[in-house]
Design a protein around this ligand. Structure first.
Ligand code: AP5
Length: 216
């Protein structure tokens, strides 16, 4: 089974949703750089203060900072059994640093799962997304509603709208995706690791298709 996995796709494609499903099903470690930065912002650390200035405007946090936190996390013992990288790498220097690191720690990437989605749907998903403040589970006000309005089904935490889920920041996030992250699809295609999935299908169907592929 493929167990060292990179999840790619534009903002709102469903990386976080799929990562949570795969994590629960296969007991993989979920490494989301976005979640790590948001946790640091919540905790008021130096990393959080630095990251907030970039994230709120939709800009990328500098490579050296992001590479540093991923290196530290991916080298930990619990990643031995498999990991899901969600939101990393996003630039060529990040992809090159990851390639060196995975060789160093002997945890090679088995596959890159890319979620395709059109821009109109990304805007719809992001503008209606709500996230649990406690456990980070994603919801949508129309299509993935919690059982009780404003309350997380999984842990009972309150739901909120991310500071960068607004039209202006989304434009910036999409342009960083197109200019800096999308070219990495070629990089991983050449490495023979890329597999594309249509994320316009419902999240359960995407999960089933990815599961089948990982177990092949
Ligand atoms: P990050 O948190 O990684 O945000 P993102 O990549 O913009 O992705 P999102 O979390 O917005 O979307 P997603 O694909 O996870 O979609 P989700 O599953 O929630 O990064 C945030 C910021 O941190 C960046 O802008 C940057 O500043 C910084 N950062 C992070 N990593 C960095 C890095 N490597 N380098 C530099 N800076 C970095 O789903 C979205 C919505 O759609 C939800 O409402 C969900 O319910 C719904 N949905 C999901 N799947 C489906 C489906 N199949 N059908 C219908 N609805 C669905």
């Amino acid at each position: 089974m493929k167990k060292n996995i990179i999840l790619m796709g534009p903002p709102g494609a469903g990386k976080g949703t799929l990562a949570k499903q795969l994590k629960n099903y296969y007991n993989l470690v979920h490494i989301s750089t976005g979640d790590m930065f948001r946790d640091a912002i919540k905790a008021g650390t130096e990393l959080g203060k630095l990251a907030k200035g970039y994230i709120d405007h939709g800009d990328l946090v500098p490579d050296e900072v992001t590479i540093g936190i991923v290196k530290e996390r991916l080298s930990q013992k619990d990643c031995e059994g498999g990991f899901l990288l969600d939101g990393f790498p996003r630039t060529l220097p990040q992809a090159e640093a990851l390639s060196l690191l995975t060789k160093e720690i002997n945890r090679p990437i088995d596959t890159v799962v890319n979620l395709d989605c059109d821009e109109k749907e990304l805007v719809r998903r992001i503008s209606g997304r709500r996230v649990c403040k406690t456990c980070g589970a994603p919801y949508h006000i129309d299509t993935m509603k919690p059982k009780v309005d404003g309350v997380c089904d999984l842990c009972g935490g309150p739901l909120y709208q991310r500071a960068d889920d607004n039209e202006e920041a989304l434009k910036v996030r999409l342009s960083h995706y197109v200019n800096q992250t999308k070219p990495l699809l070629d990089y991983y295609e050449k490495a023979g690791l890329l597999r594309n999935f249509n994320s316009l299908r419902g999240s359960e169907q995407v999960f089933d298709e990815v599961k089948e592929f990982l177990e092949k």
